[in-house]
Design a protein around this ligand. Structure first.
Ligand code: G6P
Length: 632
């Protein structure tokens, strides 16, 4: 049966170079930095005299690199692509670049109506070598170019015929001085160097070459020559682009001596959190104050419901956010998967606010949630790590986590900085709505300022966690449980482990244990219990819930123990009761109810990392996953 969606590149990395150097090294280097976006197959194309030569390979970039090791090129214009597909086999045949006539093309995203075009093209005797929508696109451009149009004119002429979200970069044998990039719903960035230009789907690929960039807006076309770039709108009218200077440096993209990016990023968390807090504390009142929220003051004052929309790890951050918003600001909060929210015809109240959370700002389902909310006239606020991403550009207000580039596919520092911003947002909201007293808001702000140090101290427990990982490395099943705002951390701990070690892991609210999962507990089960103690607020009485949680989780632990489960408790230092009851125990520095989830995330990241390392998986590029999923 033919897959109606065809053999499409769902999430990919694009790089293009036009300059004076041999493009092979630049393209391969760029592709390696984009590999987090997909690594099923890869390819490059280089303009040599009057023809474009293409090399492709299935598998990761190093396979392509070996294939190219003895090749030298005279040309200085080329494009490359790394691919992540979810339909059909990731074969060399389906790898990009694709060619038709004089056109060579790399593409990210989906051409939804490609089958209609394919049928028409077949009628006029075009033949296809792959099942991809990309090859159809190459044929469409080639057909237009063959009728006498320039590459730019050919691209302009076919854009109105395309349905879907995509970005592509095209070469034409007959115009060896240029490459053309088109963006429409998928990111494409122009890089400007001295006597050279670049096109890429992520600035990470070119940061070591230039920090001057233009983010293409939907419908824009970039004509990139050695000596500069021209940007046109869909009507072919030239427009003056805004050239931006990037803050991220090439050094941040390196592993800095760590074995994996993931480990480096885990260890960067105290700095990333400090950078995220920085600038959001009023020096006079010493209380959290987020300047960007000024624009939303009225909305926040009257907000009756917050809808959080996110995917994967970012959604887990949203689940913690729900506890923060309901407890500290008394605003009713829902948390949705982007993929569910977009299709369930959500009923958004008049005084509601949609909060989108995303590291990349490019996750298709999260963006769909943003657009649905806008269509219903609901204000949108986002927490995002990547400046100028689609989410950042389209939201009413953006709060940037300052985590720096996150390259490991499994998200770590983005998560804890998202939690940090959610905390700050809840404290600000609690004040705006008159729920938090000035004193309590100040105390919460003061607690937060100690967080980077507490994170540092937690990271020092790595040696102990590594030993626990050694004893757990062969367990077939892992069960994570926590109550209250530690329940989402149980979900996140389990997700981290499955993503990178491929072990079966589940996260659950501990109170649900008796409603099913307890049936899975036996001597083989590794059970991770989140049982931190909360330091009592100085300015408030401790709520009943907070004091009860310890007793409740202890009783859940005992239920597991009675069935032979191997218990590892993440608790608070000096907790003798839990130490006694657990096979393994690590004690985190004591902190408040709201900050405990941030601290207890760290041992779970380290546990997942060390188990995966011991199992010998590719930690930074786990099988079948991609860092950001830009299409459905
Ligand atoms: C992918 C990644 C996850 C990430 C999720 C959402 O599934 O592998 O690590 O949490 O996308 O990504 P975002 O960029 O929106 O936070």
């Amino acid at each position: 049966m033919i897959d109606p969606l065809g053999e499409r590149a769902l999430m990919c990395g694009i790089i293009g170079y036009n300059g004076s150097e041999d493009p092979k090294g630049i393209l391969l280097d760029g592709l390696k930095k984009l590999e987090y976006r997909g690594y099923d197959s890869a390819g490059i194309a280089i303009q040599e005299k009057d023809q474009v030569v293409v090399f492709r390979s299935e598998g990761k970039i190093n396979k392509l690199e070996s294939k190219l090791s003895s090749k030298h090129f005279a040309g200085s214009l080329g494009i490359g692509h790394t691919r992540w597909a979810t339909h059909g086999a990731p074969t060399e045949n389906n790898a990009h670049p694709h060619q038709a006539g004089t056109i060579t093309l790399v593409h990210n995203g989906i051409i939804e109506n490609y089958l209609d075009h394919k049928l028409n093209l077949e009628k006029s005797e075009n033949t296809f070598k792959s099942d991809t929508d990309t090859e159809v696109l190459a044929h469409l451009i080639n057909q237009a170019a063959a009728s006498g149009l320039s590459l730019k004119e050919a691209c302009l002429s076919i854009i109105p015929k395309l349905k879907g979200s995509y970005a592509f970069v095209a070469l034409n044998d007959r115009q060896p001085d240029q490459m053309i990039g088109v963006a429409n719903g998928a990111p494409l960035i122009v890089g400007i160097g001295k006597g050279e230009t670049y096109l890429t789907s992520d600035v990470q690929a070119i940061l070591n070459r230039t920090n001057k960039v233009i983010y293409l807006k939907d419908g824009q076309i970039a004509v990139c020559k050695k000596d500069g770039v021209e940007i046109y709108n869909t009507k072919g009218i030239q427009i003056k682009p805004e050239i931006k200077t990037l803050h991220w440096t090439a050094d941040q993209m390196e592993k800095a001596g760590y074995r994996h990016y993931m480990l480096k990023e885990i260890h960067e968390q105290s700095q990333a959190i400090a950078n995220t807090i920085s600038g959001n504390i009023d020096p006079v009142t010493e209380t959290i104050r987020i300047a960007e929220l000024k624009k939303l003051q009225n909305t926040l004052k009257n907000v009756s419901r917050i809808s959080i929309v996110a995917c994967g790890t970012a959604r887990h951050a949203g689940l913690v956010g729900k506890y923060y918003f309901e407890k500290l600001a008394r605003v009713s909060t829902d948390v949705d998967f982007g993929s569910e929210f977009r299709y369930r015809e959500p009923v958004l109240e008049k005084n509601s606010l949609t909060l989108l959370i995303s590291q990349s700002g490019e996750t298709a389902d999260t963006l769909a949630g943003l657009r649905e909310s806008k269509a219903q006239g609901v204000p949108t606020l986002s927490i995002c790590n990547v400046r100028e991403s689609t989410l950042a550009r389209e939201s009413d207000v953006v709060l940037y986590t300052n985590a720096g580039p996150e390259i490991g596919v499994a998200s770590t520092k983005a998560f804890t900085t998202q939690l940090t911003f959610l905390y700050m947002l809840a404290v600000e909201l609690g004040q705006i709505r008159g729920i938090l007293s000035k004193e309590y808001a100040k105390e919460l702000s003061n607690d937060l300022m100690h967080l980077p140090l507490l994170v540092d101290n937690t990271l020092k427990l790595e040696g102990e966690i590594e030993k626990i990982a050694q004893s757990f490395q062969d367990n077939p099943f892992f069960f994570y449980m926590g109550r209250d705002n530690q329940y989402p951390i149980a979900l996140e701990g389990a997700l981290k482990l499955k993503e990178i070690s491929y072990a079966h892991a589940e996260g659950y609210p501990a109170g649900e244990l008796k409603h099913g999962p307890i049936a899975l507990i036996d001597k083989q089960a590794a059970v991770i219990v989140l049982a931190t103690q909360n330091s009592a607020p100085k300015t408030l009485k401790v709520s009943v819930n907070e004091t009860l949680m310890g007793e409740k989780i202890l009783s859940n632990l005992q239920q597991v123990k009675a069935r032979g489960g191997q218990i590892f408790t993440v608790g608070t230092e000096g907790d003798h009761e839990f130490t006694k009851e657990s096979k393994y125990f690590i004690g985190l520095p004591k902190t408040s109810w709201a900050l405990n989830p941030i601290l207890s995330t760290i041992p779970l990241q380290l546990l997942a990392y060390h188990i995966a390392s011991l199992r010998g998986t590719d930690v930074d590029k786990p099988r079948n996953l991609a860092k950001s999923v830009t299409v459905e």
